[in-house]
Design a protein around this ligand. Structure first.
Ligand code: PGA
Length: 250
């Protein structure tokens, strides 16, 4: 696996035509991305299309959310087994929009993380502080408590098969990016927190930065010691900017 992961969270944006265009452009450009694994996270209705278009390429597929339950009376939900049938290998859990807009709490996030690993898929556990929390000096305690909730449920060893994404809420979709130094400080604290329970897993843990990542900001972010890639929203909707972010991985 490439050292750097560049994940494209499309959120609730796409159409059949847009997916065809974006994925064909990504397929044409991916050969020039030498040091990053590209993964796209389409909305559920486009998974079959993504699987068909990306078959035989190095571009991976993930989903933006999942149901922690296996099957049954969960109207409107999608299971891990369903996602897996469409070539999905990564699952975002606990994205701040899920936490804030759909009231997902740490216990639900942990349940989704555990269920994802039980299906041999890789959770990307999203954590991050709000602006108010940052201004009160609570950034590191908020982020480590979000990580700890998952450690309590799944154990430190589970981080051998997981990715963490640090996404300051105030930087998502706002055009404000944490500075490389601000991001590195939090990434280092996340790795240290996991290391206090599972040192070996912490060393290999990939920690992505997310929040208004662009081609212009990616190179310096990815050069930080504890930043192992990016979770990209807006800039993942255009092939040229997503590929340029991939190429920023050295
Ligand atoms: P953004 O979104 O790059 O548009 O800020 C990132 C995310 O929410 O994953």
């Amino acid at each position: 696996m490439a050292h750097t992961i560049v994940a494209g969270n499309w959120k609730m944006n796409a159409s059949k035509n847009a997916v065809t265009k974006l994925l064909s452009e990504l397929k044409l450009g991916v050969a020039a991305v030498n040091n990053a694994e590209l993964v796209v996270f389409p909305p559920f209705p486009y998974l079959a299309q993504a699987q068909a278009e990306l078959m035989g390429t190095s571009i991976g597929i993930g989903v933006q959310n999942i149901c922690a339950s296996a099957k049954g009376a969960y109207t409107g939900e999608v299971s891990l087994a369903m996602a897996r049938e469409f070539g999905v290998s990564y699952v975002l859990v606990g994205h701040s929009e899920r936490r804030a807009l759909f009231a997902e709490d740490d216990a639900q996030v942990a349940a989704k993380y555990v269920a994802t690993q039980a299906m041999q898929l890789t959770p990307i556990l999203c954590v991050g502080e709000t602006l108010e929390q940052r201004e009160k000096g609570l950034t590191l305690s908020v982020v480590t408590s979000q990580i700890q909730a998952v450690i309590d449920a799944a154990g430190g060893a589970s981080f051998a098969n997981a990715v963490v994404a640090y996404e300051p809420v105030w930087a998502i979709g706002t055009g404000l990016t944490a500075s490389p130094a601000q991001a590195q400080q939090v990434h280092k604290a996340i790795r240290a927190h996991v290391a206090s329970i599972a040192p070996e897993q912490a060393r290999g843990l990939k920690i992505l930065y997310g929040g208004s990542v662009t081609a212009a900001s990616a190179e310096e972010l990815f050069a930080q010691a504890d930043i192992d890639g990016g979770l990209v929203g807006g800039a993942s909707l255009q092939a040229d900017s997503f590929l340029a972010i991939g190429q920023a991985a050295k």
